[in-house]
Design a protein around this ligand. Structure first.
Ligand SMILES: [Fe+2]
Ligand SMILES: [Fe+2]
Length: 242
């Protein structure tokens, strides 16, 4: 396993580790995203056991001790397994997340007190600006939340658009079709009446880049891709209700 690092938008870097044993025969990527700014932010910590190679890959762009903010979609091993390892190497690093994640899990799990962001609150990183958005249960996890980097129009969209394989770091090809195939296979999303409306709310941001945690990132009309994905979740709910 090797972790590569590629710039997918101006100052937004994707760290990617391809694991062929996960979701065979195509394999699966686990991606983290660095928002390079005066106060650099990392979105997703990666698995605890992958920390040595992910932090080593980051050094090609930024010394890990310079990280200032750490966030992730929700509480799972690939999203936040290594949070305390990152806190251990970066003395000024602070976890930022929404109220639910912090009150339910992070006050206990994190080695340093996290900082709470309100839904819609903007964090100025100096040269980059991230807006925090509560997305409860989308695609899973009560505490789920995402970040939108406003200067590049990049939605750090976590597990949304998950797809298998080791595609290019960024693509302009369709990512909704592969995401539908992955949902068919894994059933990883929570289907609720709020699922599609929450995704359509993200579409209103009109992102130009979708930074996908598992699979290739997408460059293009992110709003259209999100609306198409929302329509598919509506279809699934209607089918489930008969
Ligand atoms: Fe997840
Ligand atoms: Fe994930």
């Amino acid at each position: 396993m090797e972790t590569r690092i590629d710039e997918i938008a101006a100052g937004i870097y994707r760290l990617s580790t391809f694991v062929p044993q996960v979701a065979p025969p195509h394999g699966f990527t686990f991606n983290q995203f660095l928002v390079l700014a005066d106060q650099p932010l990392l979105f997703h910590c990666g698995h605890r056991r992958m920390f040595p190679q992910i932090s080593s890959a980051l050094t090609r762009v930024l010394p890990p001790e310079r990280l200032r903010h750490l966030s992730f979609g929700h509480v799972e091993a690939d999203e936040c397994g290594a949070m305390n390892e990152w806190l251990g190497v970066a003395p000024d690093l602070e976890i930022v997340h929404g109220a639910t994640a912090i009150q339910v899990s992070l006050l206990d799990m994190a080695d340093r007190p996290p900082r709470m962001l309100a839904d819609g609150e903007v964090l100025d990183l100096g040269g980059k600006r991230v807006r925090y958005l509560d997305t409860p249960h989308v695609p899973h996890g009560w505490e789920a939340g995402l970040l939108f980097e406003e200067t590049t129009g990049t939605l750090l969209c976590g597990d949304l658009f998950t797809h298998t394989g080791n595609g290019p770091p960024v693509t302009s090809s369709d990512i909704v079709g592969p995401a539908i195939v992955a949902e068919d296979g894994f059933g990883f999303s929570c289907l609720s009446p709020g699922t599609a409306p929450a995704i359509r709310r993200l579409a209103e941001l009109a992102p130009r880049t979708l930074a996908v945690m598992h699979g290739s990132s997408f460059s293009g009309d992110g709003g259209a891709a999100l609306r198409e994905l929302a329509d598919d979740y509506d279809r699934r709910i209607r089918a489930a209700l008969g």
